[in-house]
Design a protein around this ligand. Structure first.
Ligand SMILES: [Zn+2]
Length: 296
């Protein structure tokens, strides 16, 4: 090797070293804090990152006699925007059922926290107009359009995509199910999809939607999605989306861990964790082997 070539090689090795260390955290920089996810009740979660805080499918008050609801204390904290529900970037609702969102309670929060936005299917946001809230509130409200196309909105540097995925089917004796969306969002590099009451009959919609190519890390899925009669469809959908972790939600208030047990044992599904303890907080971080979720 000529001396010249040696120096060129040396220079490129040094440059590589410099650029690598520039990519790593600067000295004194704190290690990035894991994202925190707090289970509220039913399918409600609070996701908190370094600069963003998102409440999904809460607050709500309706149990319909069978579902878990947040405690009065938690509802009070949300209503008055007190920690951990202060400084919310936005409240997202997957659909308008009373076991997912209370417009009255959400409206009180939005009045208290005038920087918090709200995003839900049009069927939900249009109902706000009928309530006695100030007009400025409707300006912070974003609607996911009906139909098959996703709706993308930005709240500061947070982008949320609402993907229409049909609600669980209902017996003909019940009113038809409401429009339901999956909210897809990235917080501190971790991609979440909250699918609300998505049914297992939605494979075609999933294939059309942004969910498959999206690299979902953590997917929040309701327990009825795993009904025995439609388990093959459920498996096919999760094989398509390939989330790293499924958070199993919408468990009932009585013995939720027991209700989750047979589902957690099912073969051919991604790793699952049951959201069975209200106000339990989890740390969510990305490690070499994938997403790590642990109780705090
Ligand atoms: Zn529900």
């Amino acid at each position: 090797m000529s001396l010249h070539r040696f120096f060129v090689l040396l220079a490129s090795i040094l440059a590589l070293g410099v650029s690598r260390s520039a990519e790593a955290a600067a000295p004194g920089d704190p290690t990035p804090k894991p994202v925190s996810l707090t289970f509220i009740a039913n399918e409600g979660v609070l996701i908190v990152g370094s600069t963003q805080k998102v409440l999904i499918d809460a607050p709500f008050t309706e149990s319909y006699g069978i579902f878990a609801v947040p405690s009065a204390a938690v509802l009070g904290q949300i209503r008055t925007a007190t920690p951990p529900f202060d400084g919310l970037t936005c409240i997202l609702a997957t659909h308008g059922d009373g076991d997912h969102i209370s417009l009255e309670e959400a409206g009180l929060h939005l009045q208290r926290d005038t920087r918090c936005a709200f995003f839900a299917p049009t069927a939900v946001t249009s109902a706000f107009g009928k309530l006695p809230f100030p007009a400025d509130l409707t300006e912070r409200m974003k609607s996911a359009a009906p139909g098959e196309s996703p709706t993308r909105v930005k709240f500061g540097d947070l982008e949320v995509t609402a993907v229409p995925v049909a609600h669980l089917l209902r017996p003909p004796t019940m009113p038809p199910p409401p429009p339901n969306v999956a909210h897809v969002l990235t917080i501190d590099g971790i991609r979440f999809a909250h699918t609300g009451d998505m049914g297992p009959h939605t494979l075609d919609a999933i294939r059309r939607s942004v969910l498959p190519g999206e690299h979902i890390d953590v997917m929040i899925v309701n327990v009825y999605f795993f009904a025995a009669e439609t388990i093959d469809s459920a498996r096919a959908i999760l094989a398509e989306v390939k989330p790293q972790v499924v958070l199993l939600a919408h468990l009932g208030p009585n013995a939720p861990a027991k209700q989750a047990e047979p589902i957690l044992k099912l073969a051919g599904f991604p790793r699952m964790i049951a959201l069975d303890t209200p106000m339990q907080t989890y740390s969510v971080s990305r490690e070499e082997n994938g997403i790590r979720i642990e109780k705090r």
